[in-house]
Design a protein around this ligand. Structure first.
Ligand code: 3MF
Ligand code: MG
Length: 344
């Protein structure tokens, strides 16, 4: 039976176009206006950073944060949307300059953990138990700056504290090998799954695989997905595309390498991804050149490409595929795939 996919993206995916070398080129769009766009673009799920939901959270008491998050939940209900996950944004505050959980300064580590507990409060108010961990600054610019063994243990301890705080939350780690750091401590799916084993409950640690992050690690995203699926750990995805080893591009899904995208959809389809409520999440930036009135096309186009590739997966000649595999004729298999993608 074909999966009816539910798609999600985060409000940061509709953005002003600033990059490290130039200012914004599009007006900011109010969060409420963004929410009204979701359904029109074909999306039902909203991914959150904690401060996407409660922007001024550092200035509020825990109770005030929960009240504000509850108001956001009401807005989601009004739009017929659901929160997919909440991620603690631990990379902008001055206290996280050298990382949060792995900072060398105990006061900064304390801040990171407190902020993560508030992130859980927000997730509960938005009625999701999924926390995503993009460990942005949990790494180093130079090897000597931190102790990598201690750092990994500290991340596991932070997770334990979060698990103690709430018995229902689960954490999907979003591995990324670099940027903003030279190297991060949890660069790949394998690292993330193994990190779970250092926590008090590995069953509560899973994965959010971002295509571009896998590519930046020199890995194939569909193989990373397969690895996570084998461990029953693929709890969400950040689909996008990436043109080689350079800055994290977050390009439209399938726009660089259609076959690589086909293989991601293929493995998701094969293992029934989405049938237990997992969403097809996107993490995509519009090009800086895109005029403001058409700066949401990257989202609807990625969804369209995903659904068209799902059709390509379903219409692939699997009998011919099996024969070619049995004959070890991988040259023949390659042509079969390429011709299929070309519509021949
Ligand atoms: C960075 C990312 C992040 C995360 C997001 C949610 C800003 O490369 O991919 O996007 O996806 O923070 O975890
Ligand atoms: Mg991402």
């Amino acid at each position: 039976m074909s999966t009816e996919y539910t798609f999600s993206f985060g409000p940061w995916n509709i953005h002003e176009g600033a990059d490290p070398f130039g200012p914004t080129v599009r007006e900011s769009i109010d969060f409420n206006v963004k929410l009204a766009e979701y359904k029109k673009l074909g999306f039902n799920g909203v991914q959150f950073h904690d401060d996407d939901a409660v922007p001024n959270m550092n200035d509020l008491t825990p109770d005030q944060i929960i009240t504000e998050a509850a108001a956001v939940k009401k807005k989601l209900d009004d739009h017929g949307l659901v929160a997919e996950f909440v991620a603690p944004r631990l990379w902008e505050d001055p206290r996280t300059i050298d990382g949060g959980y792995t900072s060398n300064d105990p006061a900064n580590r304390k801040y990171a953990i407190e902020r993560s507990l508030r992130c859980i409060d927000i997730a509960k108010a938005l009625k999701t138990n999924l926390i995503v961990f993009w460990l942005a600054r949990e790494g180093t610019y130079i090897r000597e700056a931190k102790d990598s063994c201690d750092a990994v243990k500290r991340i596991a301890e932070a997770i334990d504290t979060m698990f103690d705080y709430d018995p229902d939350i689960k954490i999907a780690i979003e591995p990324k090998p670099n940027e903003p750091m030279d190297h991060t401590y949890i660069p790949t799916t394998g690292h993330a799954i193994a990190l779970g084993m250092l926590t008090k409950d590995a069953s509560r640690v899973g994965i959010n695989i971002e295509s571009a992050h896998a590519i930046l690690a020199g890995l194939d995203p569909s193989d990373e997905m397969g690895y996570a699926l084998a461990h029953d750990k693929l709890w969400t995805v950040h689909l996008n595309d990436q043109n080689g080893l350079k800055f994290d591009q977050d390009k439209t899904f399938g726009s660089v390498d259609l076959r690589r995208a086909f293989n991601q959809v293929r493995i998701l389809e094969k293992y029934g991804y989405g049938q237990r409520g997992e969403m097809v999440g996107l993490d995509i930036k519009a090009m800086r050149t895109q005029p403001a009135d058409i700066a949401t096309k990257h989202l609807s186009n990625s969804r369209e490409i995903f659904l068209n590739l799902a059709e390509k997966v379903r219409s692939f000649d699997t009998a011919a595929e099996a024969q070619l595999i049995a004959a070890r004729d991988y040259e023949g298999l390659e042509l079969l795939v390429v011709n299929h993608l070309m519509g021949l």
